[in-house]
Design a protein around this ligand. Structure first.
Ligand SMILES: [Zn+2]
Length: 253
């Protein structure tokens, strides 16, 4: 039995009274649990186990199974601001879909912490900031997973890349490329100096909101292509692609 901070990434009813929940935890990485009796309100699951809620979880880990048992969950923070707006909800769904792809291995709870900070930011974001907040959180998730993109140096030959230069960006190569290396790397995209500066700022935790919707969409696509390249399971990111196809619902209807 472990006690840990946990975030609900996905939850669905199971049989008459139970729920199956995908949790990002600080102590055990991203795990699936069954919460027996969770459809009844009250008791050991308090107000229930709702999407994108943070809480203190007690989990019985089964060493030989992929489905563990949730013994108790005390919600500490619901995020009603996410359900209140379609753009925010779509961004939360795209970010949590990535979180669900993460494995139990999570050194020090970094994945949990990045997802919590990302959902907190999205839940209070103004309409024009929703997509940038989600994309910035996604780059930090990539870092937490060990896929930090190379931005200041060529990902292939380590040549320094002056900050004022337009470069090419290759998801497969792992970041920005100098021109000679880019010529040898199919599938790279142009990365303007300003877009690269934004990536560097996001990596440092700064809040940068590009004003041009086209630039925002290009960032959304770039990080998705990067993660599809580096997440090992090779499945498409469905919630993310829906979100991206809807323009991130940036018109805030
Ligand atoms: Zn190079």
């Amino acid at each position: 039995m472990i006690r840990t901070d946990a975030l609900v990434l996905h939850a669905f009813d199971y049989r008459e009274t139970s729920r199956i929940v995908r949790l990002a935890t600080r102590e055990a990485g991203v795990v699936s649990v069954i919460a027996r009796g969770a459809k009844r309100t009250g008791g050991k699951f308090g107000q229930g186990i709702d999407l994108y809620t943070s809480g203190a979880a007690q989990i019985v880990l089964h060493p030989t199974r992929d489905l563990h048992t949730l013994a108790a969950f005390d919600a500490t923070r619901a995020r009603p601001g996410l359900a209140a707006s379609m753009p925010r909800f779509g961004a939360a769904a795209a970010l949590s879909e990535l979180g669900m792809r993460c494995a139990p291995e999570d050194g020090g709870g970094a994945i949990h912490d990045v997802l919590v900070a990302g959902l907190d930011a999205i839940s209070v974001a103004e309409p024009e900031a929703v997509v940038p907040c989600a994309v910035a959180a996604t780059w930090r998730l990539a870092e937490a997973l060990g896929f930090t993109p190379s931005l200041a140096q060529c990902a292939a030959c380590d040549a320094p890349l002056g900050a004022a230069r337009e470069v090419r960006f290759s998801p497969r190569a792992g970041g920005a490329l100098c021109l000679p290396c880019a010529a040898l790397a199919p599938g790279s995209r142009t990365l303007p100096a300003e877009a690269r500066a934004t990536l560097v700022a996001w990596a440092s935790g700064a809040v940068v909101i590009p004003t041009d919707p086209k630039v925002v969409r290009a960032h959304q696509r770039l990080v998705r292509e990067f993660l599809e390249e580096h997440l090992a399971d090779g499945k498409p990111l469905r919630a993310w692609r829906d979100w991206e196809a809807g323009g991130g619902a940036a018109d805030a209807r």
